[in-house]
Design a protein around this ligand. Structure first.
Ligand code: SF4
Ligand code: SF4
Ligand code: SF4
Length: 318
């Protein structure tokens, strides 16, 4: 019931924002990008039945954003960035890939002495201060004002910095696609990095992210971050549960509430490539080296991103 109210109020709020922007002469399509409020999602792990309707919906609505690589791939000199090719494995749904931005992790745990299987939707956490954005040397990853982090496929060179600095190693590379093919096919990058973009275009149009809309169990609730944090604490108190995402990596816009401690869940899930952990995470960007790097990178990345956009415009005539 709570979820339904929340969905209505989210849509009402988004529509109100869109109307206000339209009245101000700003196109509704820019509503999400210009919205001032950070949107967060609450995931009530108890409710998930692991049906994967969300996974299918994500694939369906984001199909046009998925890579369409050119083959054969150019040979890299030196061979520093390995080829990653998921184009023949687009049906894989048991991990994150460039063609699968959301997957369901499962954990068998004991609740009140009874063995219980919990299923957990996993995707990008949408950190409040995302290292993937702050430390991308090319300015290819962006943080929208509404808290969505997104990698621009037209600017990304696929060098993987975002993946190495992400505490959950979320972004996944596909080779043979992107701007590197035109610029430095043998010397830089090696494709484009992909991850959940929180359906930023649907949100800008006043729609719910596809995974939330498709879920038959109302596992996810979306709304302003402070409201979501409040709801998460109320729910955790009500069920004697635990919260993940509020403080991890300095705070994220994805807040999980679980009936069992996350240390237990983390031990019970399968982790590894494309399968993120649920361990405690310290604030990556509080590290003085990363802060200093971000400050050095920012102007360079901005200039590179602007050059990349100009290059694209001259190439496509847009
Ligand atoms: S659609 Fe809902 S219930 Fe089904 S797997 Fe996704 S989050 Fe869980
Ligand atoms: S979870 Fe990783 S990819 Fe997602 S916003 Fe945070 S740092 Fe970036
Ligand atoms: S928010 Fe959109 S892109 Fe992200 S997992 Fe859900 S459906 Fe996929």
């Amino acid at each position: 019931m709570k979820n339904k109210i929340s969905r209505r109020s989210f849509l009402k709020g988004t529509m109100a924002t869109a109307c206000a922007l339209a009245a101000a002469g700003i196109p509704a399509s820019a509503a999400g990008a210009n919205g001032k409020e950070q949107l967060a999602t609450l995931l009530d792990i108890r409710k998930c039945i692991g049906c994967e309707a969300c996974v299918e919906a994500c694939k369906e609505v984001n199909e046009t954003k998925f890579p369409d690589p050119k083959k054969p791939f150019p040979k890299m000199y030196p061979d520093r960035v390995p080829v990653m090719d998921w184009s023949d494995k687009q049906d894989v749904t048991d991990r994150l890939t460039p063609y699968n931005w959301l997957f369901i992790q499962s954990a068998t745990v004991k609740i009140n002495g009874e063995e219980t299987e919990l299923t957990i939707p996993r995707r990008c956490m949408h950190c409040v201060n995302p290292p993937c954005v702050k430390l991308c040397p090319w300015g290819s990853a962006r943080l929208l004002k509404n808290g969505i982090s997104r990698i621009d496929p037209d600017l990304c060179l696929g060098g993987s910095k975002c993946k190495s600095v992400c505490p959950w190693h979320i972004p996944e590379r596909q080779t043979g696609v992107g701007i590197y093919l035109d610029l430095l096919p043998s010397l830089a990058g090696n494709g484009v990095m992909y991850k959940c973009d929180r359906c930023y275009n649907r949100i800008a149009d006043g729609e719910l992210p596809a995974c939330i809309e498709a879920c038959p169990e109302d596992v996810q609730t979306i709304g302003p971050r402070d409201e979501i944090i409040k709801k998460a604490h109320e729910l955790a108190k009500e069920i004697g549960g635990y919260i993940y995402g509020e403080k991890e990596n300095g705070g994220t816009n994805t807040i999980y509430v679980s009936p069992v401690p996350f240390e237990e869940l983390n031990k019970a899930i399968e982790t590894g490539k494309g399968k993120p952990h649920l361990s405690p995470v310290k604030d990556t960007m509080a590290d003085s080296n990363n802060l200093a790097t971000a400050m050095i990178i920012a102007p360079i990345a901005g200039a590179v991103a602007a050059a990349g956009k100009f290059y694209k415009m001259t190439k496509t005539g847009e």
